[in-house]
Design a protein around this ligand. Structure first.
Ligand code: NAD
Length: 491
């Protein structure tokens, strides 16, 4: 996209996404591009620039120059600029949502929700820019003050996944800018046009040149140059555990600060006092949000034994009732998966689980009559045991594995048995049960009778292999600030 079109491309027109370095949209220095694919039609819908190491080093140097300006820009001014970014993204929200729907197969209503969430995050951090508190302690001697202040860490590099292209970038860009940092963003290939639209909002809102830079293309050349650079002082990553581990190892060489928002495998603990029909309907909607390609998606259903069979049947009915279709059709609730690789992974996981002894209650393959696009039927698997692959590996797709439990201690032990711990859910009307279950789960976020755990004002993130650092909330800005202690001894 160019600097003058404000991201208002009509859908149907081919996307052309450039790099944004030091305040200028440009092609990759090699001139190379890659294709953007619509996963609902398996068609090329545009191209984007393929950044190399040279482009990455140029972006890092631009970010270093941008940092020199932005760190001296006062918090009230940073707040004003960020609030303008949020306003522009809101105004352009429909175009951004349509781009997400086409590029990621995300049903339009959900794409609108993603953009609205990104606007809220940016708006929240506009306020947080003005609330970077320090600390003062009486010194040990007369005339002495111990003072703690916070300073921006410097140039930040952000790598994000394709499942929420705009929201994931907003969760990094907004606190970074609020703190006074500059940023080099490398989004996933899928959905990068929508991220370019967000970058254009930054430009039009008056973010100075070099403060926000965008690199599109393959991750490795960008990551290699970023990790080798001493100018980049922090790396923030959203994606899978193995890539997070790889980046963390690389960060050691230049001692970069790191935040990791990685995978999960969220347990849902359904106690026998719930309204089964209502709980199953809510579970189906949560499970199929973004087609299950959500790191906090409910993925391991532990249902108390007395209601397990009834819950499985009700969930199967509920998922069958959800409308598969083209993401741009208003009624569509379930779109295609993001790419062929994900389609094959989901298909392979269902086949492996069946081979291990599970039973398909509904779904299990490509939907009849939809032989174009990366569609997969919403799938409920029963007779699942904890050792099966689907209970160990994150499904990241429309698969709901069902198992039963008897007691609190047993289900907590099983729910906590995996190395990851991102989100967990508890469904019950009994507050004592709810409290004991929520307290027992080793995760970063718990939903009690709700699946809503991602909001602008509360911290999002995991424990154990799901990573560390928090995004959103008061806590999110701390990851972009260094702590400085000054001992003021007068006279
Ligand atoms: P992935 O780790 O392969 O890819 C995620 C992103 O990282 C993509 O943009 C990819 O291009 C990029 N990437 C790949 N190799 C890289 C490298 N060497 N350096 C820098 N970036 C690199 O994961 P995936 O399978 O595409 O995405 C799904 C995973 O992401 C799931 O495990 C999911 O739970 C996780 N995820 C986590 C969150 C969260 O906030 N916790 C949010 C969304 C997705």
């Amino acid at each position: 996209m160019g600097s003058d079109d404000n991201g208002r491309r009509d859908v149907g027109e081919a996307a052309k996404v450039g790099l944004f370095i030091g305040g200028t949209w440009r092609d990759a220095s090699s001139g190379a591009t890659f294709d953007l694919i619509d996963p609902a039609r398996e068609e090329v819908v545009g191209t984007a620039a393929l950044a190399d190491a040279g482009d990455t080093n140029a972006a890092i140097e631009a970010a270093e120059a941008g940092f020199a300006v932005w760190r001296k820009t006062g918090p009230w001014e940073r707040a004003k600029v960020l609030r303008r970014v949020a306003g522009l993204l809101g105004e352009r929200g429909e175009a951004v949502a349509r781009s997400l729907a086409v590029a990621c197969g995300k049903p339009l209503a959900q794409a609108r929700g993603e953009v609205a969430g990104a606007v809220e995050t940016i708006d929240w951090y506009a306020d947080e820019a003005r609330r970077i508190y320090g600390e003062v302690l009486q010194g040990r001697a007369p005339g002495q003050r111990f003072v703690v202040t916070h300073e921006p860490v410097g140039v930040v590099a952000a790598f994000t996944a394709w499942n929420f292209p705009v929201a994931l970038v907003a969760r990094k860009l907004a606190p970074a800018l609020a703190a006074g940092c500059s940023i080099v963003v490398r989004p996933a290939e899928e959905g990068c046009e929508a991220v370019a639209m967000l970058v254009q909002c930054c430009v039009d809102a008056g973010v100075p040149d070099g403060v926000v830079n965008l690199l599109t293309g393959k991750p490795e050349p960008v990551a290699d140059a970023v990790m080798a650079s001493d100018l980049v002082r922090k790396v923030t990553f959203t994606g899978s555990v193995p890539v997070g581990q790889h980046l963390m190892r690389r960060a050691a060489d230049t001692m970069k600060r790191v935040s990791m928002e990685l995978g999960g495998h969220a347990p849902v603990i359904v106690w026998d006092d719930v309204d089964v029909a209502k709980a199953a309907k809510a579970a189906a909607a949560a499970k199929l949000r973004n087609n299950g390609q959500v790191c906090v998606s409910p993925t391991r259903f532990f249902v108390q034994e007395g209601i397990k069979d009834g819950f499985v049947d009700a969930l199967a009915e509920a998922v069958k009732g959800m409308k598969l279709g083209h993401p741009l059709d208003e009624g569509t609730e379930v779109g295609p998966l993001i790419n062929r690789r994900r389609l094959e992974a989901v298909d392979g996981m269902v086949r492996d689980t069946v081979a291990e002894g599970a039973r398909i209650v509904t779904g299990g393959g490509r939907p009849a009559g939809m032989n174009r696009g990366y569609y997969f039927e919403p799938t409920v698997l029963d007779g699942v045991e904890d050792g099966m692959r689907v209970m160990r590996d994150e499904p990241f797709g429309p698969i709901a594995p069902m198992t039963s439990f008897k007691s609190l201690d047993e289900v907590i032990e099983r729910a906590n048995a995996l190395p990851v711990g991102l989100a967990g859910y508890v469904l019950t009307g009994d507050m004592a049960r709810a409290e004991a279950t929520a307290a027992g789960l080793k995760v970063g976020m718990v939903g009690v009778n709700t699946y809503a755990v991602a909001t602008a004002e509360m911290p999002f993130g995991g424990v154990k292999h799901s990573g560390f650092g928090r995004e959103n909330g008061r806590q999110g800005i701390l990851d972009y600030l260094d702590v400085k202690f000054t001992n003021w001894t007068m006279g």
